[in-house]
Design a protein around this ligand. Structure first.
Ligand code: GLA
Length: 701
């Protein structure tokens, strides 16, 4: 629709994909977001401006202080400021005014300026029409003639619908990523800070917000995600004036950003998404955005085999060739050789950084193994951890000055490795040369790009904090490698899922969701991660019978059924698995391949179940077909399991329902109305705990 009333000075409405953002930005005045949320029929910025007019509140300033884009200190707004900067203790009371505003169909650029403090801010907001996801970024330029110290710059100070007081955040740890936790917002602040020097295990840079009534399939929901692979801060403040303001941005270390005259800082992009169809509605919009805007289009994702939990550091060409034979026989389409193939890397204590094939372990080089893998019809993948070095390595002995550190500050030991300083051009040139040379020499199709430690003290050559440039230099290095090797597929791993944000996903193809292949634990991890990431990028591996993280043992049907939902792979010593188990694995891989297109492109629906059951479905866009995975993770507290209510189906359609996993329960169950399956539900069979059931539904004629 056109927003005729918005032709008034400085009123803008972006309206696409079911989302709407309205701004008031009159020339020479403060700019503010009037509305950001689901589309409001026939509304406009002009209407919101009038509707939101406030009067003087007793005991307060004579004129009510309206919010602005960054609620800067000079405006006097009571919110924590979205921009904190100063010039040697001066120019801190910033009060920017609108200098320029331009808009096209789905995006706007707003420039504001504080002429007295000589600071300019440029805000860009883009609405992706297919998903309704907004991408917002802010740039700060120092227009003065002395350096400007930046302490905090959020992408925006976003006004949130005051009904959205239920926050879901995603916390975790190594081998236990993406655990959802819910909180009630109270007057005051909800704050999450990540100082791990990577996206991190402990906090994910994303939140969901809902009202007290919002559910999976109904109600108003909002999601935010900061696309950044370094330190960050997320905060939601419920203010005394009744407003809720959300901010997300990079957490800067002291003195880290000193903008020289004329220099610009770009804050990481904030992604915003709203739905009136509950938390599930937001998830499906985000998945759409990731698929359309972040990922490269590509062919079906090959099922792969990863060598880590089969051999760890104990490589031998014979053993790996035997594993490749077994992997191909069960249906693998790619073989990824993990850590341990290079330099003196016979344990995690030495060799990291020496990206030369170990002649001790592979006297004939890696070519014979790579050729063997290809002769079996599989692609060849190789593990790297480019950003790190073991002190016991040739690289460190030659270049002890190539690491990040702060002289005189005790360095924190972490997996016997130190972070390299990517802000140095010679370091990045060296890594670029090593990786591209090996890609060319061995015909590598796939890289698992790992990063296995936090960076607490990112001091550069002069000892100043350089975490921001470290992240942008990493992005530039990956971009450079991708443009030199356009067919190379890259997986982002960081001790499992510690680098799985939209910033890294924009330049990689898959994330390693977690080192925890315990099939029971995996369901909660996948469910958490899928709040932001589609199953096509979430690596999900079948591990050994006894999980090396939890020590728990599960049968093959449970392990393999679990990995069907995701980017399926396996990671175990196949020579040690029984023939029967290899046959079960092979059946699960065949099932995944049969439904891979649906799993990787369909609409994801979390099902509402009792806590001991984790269930989700993937429904085709035309709702003619669907696949549901139901994991029974404990004993049923009742004598009989509950009825399972499906989601996402067409109420008018009938579906033929078939249990397709595990074989003990495999059978056609008949045809049922979509409405009955969703509103009445299907009685689950009696199973042991740790059973993964998969149902296939096909529209009946
Ligand atoms: C990390 C990864 C694992 C594996 C090891 C190798 O922990 O998450 O998958 O690659 O490193 O050292």
């Amino acid at each position: 629709m056109s927003n005729a009333q918005d032709s008034l000075d400085g009123l803008v409405t972006l309206d696409a994909g079911g989302a709407m953002i309205c701004l008031s930005a009159p020339s020479g005045q403060r700019a503010r977001i009037l509305y950001a949320g689901p589309n409001v029929l026939n509304a406009s910025a002009a209407q919101f401006l009038k509707l939101s007019a406030r009067e003087h509140a007793p005991g307060g300033p004579e004129q009510p202080i309206a919010a602005s884009m960054l609620n800067t200190i000079g405006t006097g707004h009571p919110s924590p400021p979205g921009l904190i900067a100063h010039r040697d203790g001066h120019d801190w009371a910033l009060d920017p005014r609108v200098a320029q505003l331009s808009q096209d169909k789905h995006s706007l650029t707003l420039t504001t300026r504080d002429a007295q403090c000589a600071v300019e801010m440029a805000h860009t907001i883009r609405l992706h029409p297919a998903s309704g996801v907004a991408q917002c970024s802010t740039q700060i330029t120092n227009q003065g003639d002395a350096p400007l110290t930046l302490y905090w710059c959020a992408a925006l100070c976003l006004p949130i619908d005051p009904r959205l007081t239920q926050i879901t955040s995603f916390a975790g740890k190594w081998a236990g990523e993406f655990q959802t936790q819910s909180h009630d917002l109270v007057r005051g602040s909800f704050l999450q800070e990540n100082r791990s020097g990577r996206t991190g295990h402990a906090n994910y840079p994303g939140l969901y917000l809902g009202t007290a009534e919002t559910g999976e399939n109904h109600g108003h929901a909002c999601a935010v995600h900061l696309g950044w692979s370094g330190n960050f801060r997320l905060r939601v403040d419920q203010l005394a004036d009744g407003n809720i303001i959300l901010q997300a941005g990079e957490l800067l270390l002291p003195g880290e950003i000193q903008l020289q005259p004329g220099a610009t800082y770009t804050a990481p992009p904030l992604h915003l998404c709203w739905s009136n169809a509950g938390y599930g509605g937001v998830t499906r919009r985000l998945h759409r955005f990731v698929r359309d805007q972040l990922l490269r289009p590509g062919p079906a994702k090959p099922v792969h085999y990863n060598s880590w939990e089969a051999v760890y550091f104990d490589h031998s060409p014979e053993k790996l060739m035997a594993l490749a034979d077994h992997a191909a026989a069960v249906g693998a389409e790619r073989f990824v050789l993990d850590d341990g193939w290079f330099g003196a890397r016979r344990s995690d204590k030495a060799g990291l950084g020496d990206w030369f094939v170990s002649s001790e372990v592979y006297p004939g080089g890696l070519k014979p193994l790579a050729d063997h893998i290809r002769s079996l019809g599989m692609q060849f993948g190789l593990w790297f951890e480019p950003e790190m070095v073991n002190p016991d390595s040739d690289l460190y002995r030659a270049h002890p000055d190539w690491v990040l550190c702060v002289p005189g500050v005790e360095s924190i030991a972490s997996r016997h490795q130190l972070p390299l300083d990517l802000t140095r051009a010679d370091v990045c040139d060296h890594l670029f040369e090593r990786i591209t040379a090996l890609v060319a020499e061995l015909g590598i199709d796939y890289i698992k790009w790992d990063k296995n430690r936090d960076i607490q003290h990112p001091g550069g050559e002069d000892g100043r904090a350089v975490m921001h440039i470290q992240v942008t230099a990493l992005y530039a290095l990956i971009d450079r490698i991708r443009s030199a090797c356009p067919d190379l597929v890259i997986e982002s791993c960081s001790s499992g899922g510690a680098r799985a944000d939209y910033g890294i996903l924009h330049r990689t193809d898959r994330v390693w969701t977690s080192d925890n292949n315990d099939a029971r634990a995996r369901h909660a991890i996948m469910r958490g991660a899928a709040h932001f990431l589609p199953l096509s990028v979430l690596g999900n591996h079948v591990g050994p019978q006894r999980c090396h993280i939890t020590g728990r043992q599960f049968d093959m049907a449970f392990r393999a059924g679990t990995a069907v939902f995701g980017h399926m792979a396996m990671e175990m010593d196949l020579t040690q698995e029984s023939e029967i188990d290899r046959a079960i694995l092979s059946d699960a891989i065949a099932l995944h391949k049969r439904h891979r297109a649906l799993i990787h492109t369909g609409d994801y629906h979390r099902l509402e179940t009792p806590v001991h059951i984790v269930a989700a479905g993937i429904v085709a866009a035309d709702r003619q077909e669907a696949l549901y995975q139901i994991a029974v993770c404990d004993q049923h507290p009742t004598t009989h399991p509950p009825r399972l209510k499906f989601a996402g189906l067409d109420l008018q359609q009938s579906y033929a329902v078939h249990c397709v996993w595990p074989s003990a329960h495999e059978k056609p169950l008949g045809s049922f109305a979509g409405s009955a399956l969703m509103q009445y539900g299907l009685q689950l069979p009696l199973t042991y705990p740790d059973t993964c059931l998969i149902y296939h539904l096909k529209a009946a004629l």
